[in-house]
Ligand binder design. Sequence first.
Ligand code: NAP
Length: 267
Amino acid sequence: MTKRLQDKVAVITGGTSGIGKGTAELFVSHGCQVVIAGRSVDKGQAIADQLGDNCLYVEADVVDEQQIKRVMDNAVERFGKLDILFNNAGAAVGRSGVETITQDEFSHGLQLLLGSVVFGIKHAAVHMKAAGGGSIINNSSIAAHRYRQEGPLYSASKAAVSHYTRMAGVDLGPFNIRVNSVAPGAIATPIFYGGSERANSLTDEENATKMAKLEANLAKATPMPTSGYPLDIAEAVLFLASDEGRFVNCHDLVVDGGRIAMFHEDS
Ligand code: NAP
C-alpha cells in the first residue's frame, strides 16, 4: 500500500469518537504521526495505545483557546513539526428554534463549532509557516447548505465554518498552507444519539444496538443503499491532507451519498 502521509504530523480534534477516530486510524495506517484531542480521557488513551507510538492523546476542551494552543504545541514537542490539522470536534448543539434560543446556547454553540476552528487555525498556522506549509481541513456539514439538519444555530455555525475556510485559505495560501472543509451528511456516529458524552455512558452492547438502528435509518436518508461511515469522511480528509490535494484550496467538499440533492422530507 502506498503510504500517502509518510513522515507527516497531524492534529485531529475530536479524535476520541466517530469521524475523528476513523480519520486517526486511517492517517496512522498511511504513515502519519497523529495527535488526537478530546475530553474523554479513557477513550482517548485507549485509542492512542491501540495505534501505538505514532499516536498521542492529549486531553483538551476545544471551547478554550489555551487548550487548543497546547494541543498544537504538544504535537510539535512530541513529533517535531505540524503538517496537518483536522478541526473536527463538534456536537449537535443549539437545537432550539429561532424563537426559543438562549444566550447560553448561542455562546456555547458558536464557541464549540466556530471558535474551535478559528483558534485551531490560529495556533496551527504558526507551526505550519515554520515547516514551510501545511493542510488544514475543517469539519463543516451539509447543514451549512441545507434546511433542517439539526437546529438553525448548528446550521449557521457550520455555514460560518465553510466560509471561514475560504477566508483562511486566501490568507494562508501565500504561505503554502491550504485550508479546506469537508461537509459530511448521514455518517453513522454517536452524534445522532447524544454525542460522545452519551456514548461514554452506555455499554458496548447498548452502543452497538443504537448504532445498528441508526445505520438502518441513515440508509434511507440518501440515494445510496447504505448509511455513511467515518471511513467515508476519513478518505476525503486524507485526499485533502495529502500531496494529491496540493492545488485544492478554499474548497468545501460535500461527502453525503447525495443527501444534499434530495427533496427535503421536512422531518
Ligand atoms: P461524535 O462521534 O459524537 O464525535 C464528536 C467528537 O467531538 C468526539 O471525539 C468528542 O470528543 C469531540 N468533542 C465534542 N465536544 C468537544 C469539546 N468541547 N472539546 C473537545 N472535543 C470535543 O460525532 P461525529 O459525527 O464524529 O462528529 C465529528 C464532526 O463531524 C462534528 O464537527 C460534526 O458536527 C461533524 N458532522 C458529522 C456528521 C455526521 O453525519 N455524523 C454530519 C455533518 C457534520 P470528547 O467527547 O472526548 O470531547
